[in-house]
Design a protein around this ligand. Sequence first.
Ligand SMILES: Nc1ncnc2c1ncn2[C@@H]1O[C@H](COP(=O)(O)OP(=O)(O)OP(=O)(O)O)[C@@H](O)[C@H]1O
Length: 268
Amino acid sequence: MIVVKVGGGKGINYEAVTADLAELHAAGQKIVLVHGGSYETNVLSEKLGHPPKFVTSVSGYESRYTDRETLEIFEMVYCGKVNKRIVEMLQAKGVNAVGLSGIDGRLLEGTRKDAIKIIDSEGRKRILRDDFTGKVEKVNTGLLTLLLDNGYLPVVTPPAISYAGEAINVDGDRAAAIIASSLGVDQLIILSNVPGLLRDVKDESSLITHIEKAFVEESMSFAEGRFKKKVMGASEALQEGVKEVIFADARVDKPISAAIAHNGTVIS
Ligand SMILES: Nc1ncnc2c1ncn2[C@@H]1O[C@H](COP(=O)(O)OP(=O)(O)OP(=O)(O)O)[C@@H](O)[C@H]1O
């Protein structure tokens, strides 16, 4: 069994991702797909007159500021447009895919942060209280195995659900990490619109091909912006027993098979 996260950045080749998934599924591989939708959410937010805002926490992590209106736009894109497009593409290739958000069946459960401390554009510390964000702490693995054991391919997307029953925006990479460790899989594959972790984000030939598990935290220094969450997710997955995390390119042909064959950044 493998867990694959496909990003929602610009340039992702969903046709190639779903074709590869269909082949692996037909060969008997059990797969959980987790996806993002950040780029399309930015586009729709602009169209609806509620432009996206990103905040940087005091510890240096960037995230989408998610007030109630943003959460609704986020759901339109993640649970609507992107999730259904992926499910449709898989169905067209003969895979019985089931789209689920973290709210459905309390698939991804966690705590909503009651306040987040951010640094504003003038460098001042501020506290945000109307943010619907949090972190996944529990996975309903029973629901996933029910589907997997019956031949379905779960296509999972944020938001998650808080213990109080509110939808919360959570990071997709870290959600994929906890899904992978909760299911006890050996490999977590994180695909995005870059070949893997780059030494220099502007130079695609500066790919780091292997990182020792013990040095994953150090490799954080190369990651900028939201890629930091991928490294954090990788670190969490490895700590919780996943043997290998691979950051790889979702713009190429057979992106998952290429990642399984170690094209990308392998952390082990
Ligand atoms: N050192 C780095 N190596 C590679 N990419 C990096 C690095 N630092 C920052 N990035 C950026 O991270 C981006 C990928 O992360 P991003 O969160 O946008 O993708 P995603 O996972 O596809 O999105 P989503 O949140 O929708 O799942 C790349 O497009 C790149 O610009």
